[in-house]
Design a protein around this ligand. Sequence first.
Ligand code: MCN
Length: 792
Amino acid sequence: MTTRMVGEPVKRVEDARFLRGEGHFLDDLGSEAAEIAVVRSPFAHARIRDIDVSAALDCDGLLAIYTYDDLTGPLAEPLPLLIPHPSITAGRTQYALAKDEVNYAGEAVAVVVAENRYLAEDAASLIVVDYEQLPPVVGIPAARAAEHLVHDDAPGNVAAHFVQEVGDAAGAIAVAPHRLSLSLAVERSACTPLEGRGVLAVWDEADHRLRVWTSTQTSTGVRAAVAAKLGLDLGSVEVITPDVGGGFGVKIVHPWPEEVLVPMAARLLGRAVKFTEDRREHFISSAHERGQLQEIEVGFDDRGRVLGLSVRFWHDNGAYLPYGLIVPIITSTQLLGPYKPGAYRVEFDSLYTNTVIVTPYRGAGRPQGVYAMERTMDAIAAELGLDRADVRAENFIQPEEMPYDHGLIFQDGRPLVYDSGDFPASLAKIKALVGWDDWAGFKAEATAAGRKVGLGLACYVEGTGVGPYEGGHVQIETSGKVKVSTGLTTQGQGHQTAFAQIVADELGVSMDQVEVVTGDTRRFPYAVGTFASRAAVMSGSAIALAARKARTKVLRVAAEALEASPDDLEISDGVVRVKGSPGAEISLGTVAVLSNPLRYAFDEASKAATQFVVGDPDKPPVDEDDEPGLEGRDYYSPLRSTFANGMHAVIVETDPATAEITILKYCVVHDCGTLINPLIVEGQVHGGVAQGVGGALYERMAYDEAGQLQNASFMDFLMPYVSEVPRGIEIDHLETPSPLNPLGIKGAGEAGVIPSAALFASAISDAEGFAITSMPISPSDLFELRRRHEGA
Ligand code: MCN
């Protein structure tokens, strides 16, 4: 009997290799390659009057220097706006190398290629750029004031203005028995994967072929961008993703300037060329997210039911807009979470500032939306003197209302519909896990002992597994091993393990017979990428469908060999057997041999395949049902996203003297539909919680008024260490399968981080007795807030 693998907490097969130090990351490759150093703007906003490279030309080991003037054809055009939207009125993207102006400190101005990075940096330091400084726009208030403009063709610094309304929110608020207004703020943060960006390219003149290795979340996206920018056929560009040390969203941008500049240099110089980002470069020239200011009006009844909700927010978009409006659109459309207000209006401005660009970071706009909604729920409960969980329960969409359509339209122009979920059941679980009903007693005792403790709760939904498609290919080798490939990439999510679990079940083989390859355009050329918690839903489904195709063929070929009907066969432990006929069996490897068009026959006695020279005279060697090889390829393309959901609860203690914030207990209830691997999902949740703790309590991008990032290193950017991350996170799962895909899966990769800002604001407010409205909150912020409240 083969055990069913989907649902088993199998240890990750990829980890042993990493633990032995056998991972191959970008910088482990191309030791002989020439390297680049990028000259970056020291100013947040400036015109480039002149670039003088003469002093650098005599440098040792110099191979080339490129500025904008050296870019030709499509390379001289701005990088693409990856997700357009009709609300964008000024969609500016950057050039691979700045043309005439720079709009953030860190923007690439010139690139130096030399024998190694040291020599490249020496030469780069001798390039003199003559800048005419312009007034920088830093932060949302400055962008709104629009005293200065980031881009002359973006009046008011507005990239886009967006409104969506369901029902008459203002009317509902006006006649509601109770009304509240809230002003909220969330600051910028950044993904900070341990491995920064990196790219290596080799040009093969004889084959007219470019091979690129890059630390990316989308090898096919980079391939398309590089081919377009360099004027090459898609088929002439191969992109391979080595091991990737984290992405968290920042590596989904394609192309980064370096991802086209390095291939360009490799082609022009006929040399392997490489770029490895350093930490400071990562902070000042990749991407940030989260920064928003929010104004909320809400009207509600005596039981806390929301009758009308109006949210107006301003989104800090940074200097350019490669990802269109995807982050604020997600905030605006997924903000409602598990709740169903009577009417809802949302309006936002996406604003340009002279700071690093903003692109999706794990959670992608949802943490801000959840923060707005959950702060509102807490405010309603406080206003009415009701239990915070009860107010939430009053507003829940009920399980019998699924699929639930809020009437909102998503980025893709389609209605946003929740497919499944049971919010009352999740709430019951999280209350039990955190000890909600015992809280009042615990708090009273702690308060009597002079302690400040607080309980926080935050609920969210998350659209996961967005389309348009992913594919999978499953091939059974003559050894019986199964090779699986899918085009999306892996940054540490454990895809090799989870996908092998799916294939093991579909084909009746053990997991160690399955090898999974991701992110290599040579193996699987068509794909979208790993973001939006989509790999399990998209590639998991495609691989399951491909395995089913392979299985159908296995049964057909085996049935012929065993002279049985395919319906009478079963596969387990890599062997096809006739049910109820001991000994009537054939291994998968032999089936693979028999599926070869050279026409082999099955020898009953030896249970092996024997080749015969003359084919069956009544049968064409290869017909429509009999394509050579034992493989299946399929694609999965859903009509809409599936919605995962979850609820987190935390108990914190704040030090009455120092305002230090300590986490006493952290609980998660999580619903990602069918769990492929609970161990991996829990690891993903732990990682997300750690990142969320960082975003809520420690991390912020400290820009000064001149647009200089003051904390662009791990010495200054406060990231939580293991000592700050809650230990013993308690997780309970609810599995409401998605009806949208063959395995009932919903995504899990971002869940842990989404409710953090809302959750800690809720808990710290409870501990302190006043509402926290700005996140992140450090001990010194809390200290200051206490002083203000005591003085008030
Ligand atoms: N999984 C499962 N059962 C489910 C859902 C998921 O067992 N019902 C497993 C999947 O098989 C996969 C993992 O959980 O191994 C995450 O799956 P999924 O939710 O599909 O997310 P993706 O694989 O698409 O990963 C993207 C997601 C995002 S958007 C960010 S950001 C993020 C994250 O994953 N970046 C990460 N987790 C990360 N983890 C690591 N180590 N590094 C990153 O950069």
